[in-house]
Design a protein around this ligand. Structure first.
Ligand SMILES: [Zn+2]
Length: 211
């Protein structure tokens, strides 16, 4: 499913599923953690070249930080600013370190049969808008709570966000945003109830644009 401003301004990202959204430069995407417990794996692709993708290593380098905080940018694989985190009512600390979940992780967790994953959601959502990528870039993991200790070790704990906490990403270029409401229901990364939830979305025009 693909949406853009004009078709609809408010929608939901279904639990355990993905969605691709086109944003023009300056448009803003509000991502609301309706239940407070849901991680959203996020990628951006340049509108004119899907091979220019959000890069977590360049994002960490540009921001000199391992988390994405308010006013920081998501940088591309060509180190161009793709989006800026312009609002954040959550406690922040959005993870940039850990990989999106995939089939191998669910096999490690001894899940039997097919289990949805953020990696599959990424490719499924892109396929719906006619884009094929032969790889999966590292994801920006909104609301994902991965404390990093002084010795470099990381923990995976439940989100610290509260119901209704939201972030707003402002496009710094024309982009395709790909979102995955993470299907992880084995570990507590999506809350101690281990239940994937819906996410609220709203697309807003560029500042100053007529509503
Ligand atoms: Zn996931």
């Amino acid at each position: 499913m693909s949406v853009s401003l004009g078709e609809t301004a408010d929608l939901r990202l279904k639990a355990s599923h993905g969605l691709a959204i086109s944003l023009r430069r300056g448009e803003r995407l509000r991502i609301e953690n309706l239940f407070g417990t849901q991680v959203v794996d996020t990628w951006l692709l340049a509108g004119d070249d899907p091979f220019e993708h959000s890069s977590m290593d360049h994002t960490r380098s540009v921001n000199s930080n391992i988390f994405l905080e308010k006013e920081m940018v998501v940088a591309s694989s060509l180190r161009r600013p793709m989006a800026r985190l312009v609002e954040d009512t959550s406690p922040g600390r959005h993870d940039t370190l850990l990989c999106p979940c995939n089939a191998a992780i669910y096999r490690e967790l001894r899940c039997e049969g097919y289990h949805r994953s953020c990696t599959d959601n990424f490719h499924e959502a892109l396929g719906a808008v006619g884009i094929t990528l032969p790889f999966t870039p590292a994801s920006l993991n909104l609301f994902m709570n991965v404390p990093v200790a002084a010795d470099g070790s990381v923990e995976r704990v439940a989100p610290a966000s509260r119901p209704g906490d939201a972030v707003v990403l402002q496009a710094e270029m024309d982009v395709t945003v790909v979102l995955s409401a993470c299907p992880q229901d084995v570990t507590p990364i999506n809350g101690t109830e281990r239940t994937p939830r819906d996410i609220g979305l709203a697309i807003r025009p560029a500042r100053g644009a007529p509503l």
